[in-house]
Design a protein around this ligand. Sequence first.
Ligand SMILES: [Zn+2]
Length: 252
Amino acid sequence: MPEGDSLHRAARRLQVLVGEQVEVETPHPRAAVKGLAARLDGRTLERVEAVGKNLLLSFDGGLVLRSHLRMNGRWRVQRRGAAPLGKPWLVLRGGEHEAVLWNGEVLELLGARAAPRLGPDILAEPPDYETMLARLRGERPEREVGDALLDQRLVAGIGNLWKAEALWEARISPWQQLGELGDSELLVVLEVAHRLMRASVEGPRPTRRVYRRAGRGCPRCGGIVRSAPQGDHARTAYWCPSCQVGGNAPPS
Ligand SMILES: [Zn+2]
């Protein structure tokens, strides 16, 4: 699953096309039927921004293209005319560069100001922690924090990787219920997620401590990292039961 930070990287790479009139093609048949090329070809790309897990590309005339990468989507920016392999969903071609979207899956044209309803962006500078906290507090107090952090209506941009890493760093178990955690604990998790994800946008990805490390030693206490499905979507939680205690963790 692409995380918010990889979307920010894509948004940054796509900046080379901002201000250019772009040629637009939709080679993939499932993208072609959307009629996007006809509506966008020749327009000026005015802005590219990552909002939560969406990439929003604004064109002149108030048209906004929303791209959500789901599990396999990927944007590439390359020199114009690089040989295409296969059928990308979308090609935006400028004078020197072209941006190519593979496995677009979710690609739709919105009117201006029709951004999806999302919580505040964890990667904003500075993030709106107050609203995030208010939204978390508006949830059922029994909801587990590891599940709530992935709910994009509450906080936008945190995926499974940074959820696991931020909770580990904050020494909070993903199985703790929101009602068991104080405001200061929730704020610490949000601040850590912001810091780790910003660092990842700006430099190489920081070392993973627990994500996909089930069965290995916790780098802090030496306990054995565990994993288990969590929440309605059964996303895998990773945590160290020795230093992230509390909550109703499933039996090992
Ligand atoms: Zn530990």
